[in-house]
Design a protein. Structure first.
Length: 254
């Protein structure tokens, strides 16, 4: 696990954009696992700028997104399909038919989860999986629980997660109560994982994920077992790690 310190959100986004761009350049027909939320927006802007400058080609890239709200259609402005189109896909030359997001309106959500597992498998797996981290340590929508869920599954969102996401909706009542999400097994099968963390609110979850026990009560802690994890975090998110480990360098490598 390598942890790279960034000065602030913009620096984190720049570093993340460079790493993702390198992956696209090295494997132009690769599979990107993508994430939503406020954290990766800056990294997506960096990728768009590189594309517009003629430095990146997404024409052969395939993608799979981590999750989608249950009950939202792809054209709902708070769906994750809409988010990806608005923040990345509409601005680069990726083939949208090769971009995958779980179907939030699936009549049979369990069958949709199985279908999504097959999609990932048929693509040959994920080359680079981008992650954010929740205040409670969730990755994707894998919430703290008693077991690590392996495959794509339907999850009941915690009240903390719904409250955190309420800022994107008119009211908490509009925030969906369930989501379809890749499981821990899907994430851990990615060849490389890139986790981004920004803000003091992520400091406790980041510290526990990197230096605490491996437990489904802190889902991101399982990344300690992955062979190729890169974490890019700003100083606010790193504050507790620096305090408790006396780490002072710009890169931590265990």
């Amino acid at each position: 696990m390598k942890i790279y310190a960034a000065k602030d959100y913009n620096d984190m986004s720049r570093k993340a954009g460079n790493l993702i761009a390198a992956q696209v350049t090295m494997k132009p027909d690769g599979v990107l696992g993508l994430a939503t939320g406020s954290t990766p927006v800056g990294a997506y802007k960096e990728l768009i700028a590189k594309y517009e400058a003629g430095d990146l080609d997404f024409s052969r890239i395939r993608s799979v997104n981590l999750d989608e709200y249950k009950g939202l259609s792809g054209d709902h402005d708070q769906s994750y399909r809409y988010f990806m189109n608005h923040n990345l896909f509409d601005h680069v030359n990726i083939n949208k038919e090769e971009t995958n997001v779980p179907g939030g309106l699936a009549e049979d959500p369990e069958a949709e989860c199985e279908r999504y597992n097959r999609v990932i498998q048929e693509l040959g797996g994920i080359d680079l999986q981008l992650l954010g981290i929740g205040n409670n340590g969730h990755i994707g929508f894998n919430e703290p629980c008693d077991v690590f869920e392996k495959g794509t599954h339907v999850v009941t969102l915690t009240e903390e997660t719904r409250q955190s996401n309420a800022r994107f909706f008119s009211s908490i009542d509009e925030v969906p109560t369930h989501a379809l999400t890749m499981g821990i097994g899907n994430i851990m099968s990615a060849r490389k994982v890139l986790l981004l963390a920004s803000g003091e609110g992520k400091a406790k979850a980041l510290y526990e994920s990197c230096f605490g026990p491996i437990t489904p009560n802190v889902p991101a802690s399982v990344l300690q077992l992955h062979s190729d994890v890169v974490i890019i975090a700003d100083e606010a998110a790193l504050s507790l790690i620096r305090e408790k480990t006396q780490w002072e360098d710009s890169v931590y490598d265990n």
